[in-house]
Ligand binder design. Sequence first.
Ligand code: HEC
Length: 203
Amino acid sequence: MKNRSDVVLSAVLSATLVLAACETAYNPLEDYEQLNPATDMPVPTPVDNTNFTAEQVARGQYLVALLGCGSCHTNGALVGTPNMEQLLAGSDTGIAWSNPLVDRNPGIVYPANLTPDIETGMGSWSTPEIIAMIQTGVSKHSGQTLPVMPWPSYANIHAEDATAIAAYLKSLPPVRHQVPANVQRGQRSTAPFIHFGVYQSKE
Ligand code: HEC
C-alpha cells in the first residue's frame, strides 16, 4: 500500500516529467552529426613468427579479411576513413549497444587493439585466451563481452581456424594505440560512436 506522501510525491514527479517533456521534447538527432558508413578493409601483412607455421599465419590473415575484423577493429573504419597505419590496432569510434534514439547517453563499446602491443593491445594474451574470446566472447581484459563483438557468429569456428587467427594476430607488428574506455549506459561519451539500428518505414 502506498501512503499519502508517496502518492503526492509520485504525482509531483509525474507532473514534472510531463512538463519537462513538453518544454524540451527530446530530439535525438540534435545530439548527433552524420558520419560516413564503413568501407571494406584490407588486412596488414604479417611479420615472421617462429611459433606458428607460415601456412597458419596465412590462413589467419585470410580469415581475418574474410570475417571483416578490420572493419570494426581498425581506427576510422567505422566512419569510412580507415587509418592504414593502424590496421587492426583498435577503434576510437565506438559502437552503441543501447539505442541512442531512446537513451540520450547510450552504452558504448570500443573495438579493441588486436595487435600484440603489450600495454594497449593483446601482447600478454595466450593463444587459448584469444581462441576463447573469438568463440565465447570472454575477454581477458573485460570479462564477458556483449555480442556487439560478433562472437556468437564465430562460436562454431573450427579450432584450427581460431588458432590460425590467433597465429596471425600474434604475427602483427605491435601498434601502440589505446582505445577509449567503454561507456556505461547513462554516462556521456567523449569519443564518437555508431549505432546498428533496426528501422521500418512508418507508411
Ligand atoms: C561489428 C564489429 C566487430 C567485428 C566485426 C569484430 N569485432 Fe572484435 N570486438 C568488437 C568490440 C566492440 C569489442 C570490445 C568489446 C567490449 O569491450 O565489450 C571487441 C573485442 C574483441 C577482442 C577482445 C580484445 C580485448 O582486448 O578485450 C578480441 C580478441 C576481438 N574482438 C577479436 C576479433 C576478431 C578476431 C574478429 C574477426 C574474426 C573480430 N573481433 C570482429 C567489435 C568487433
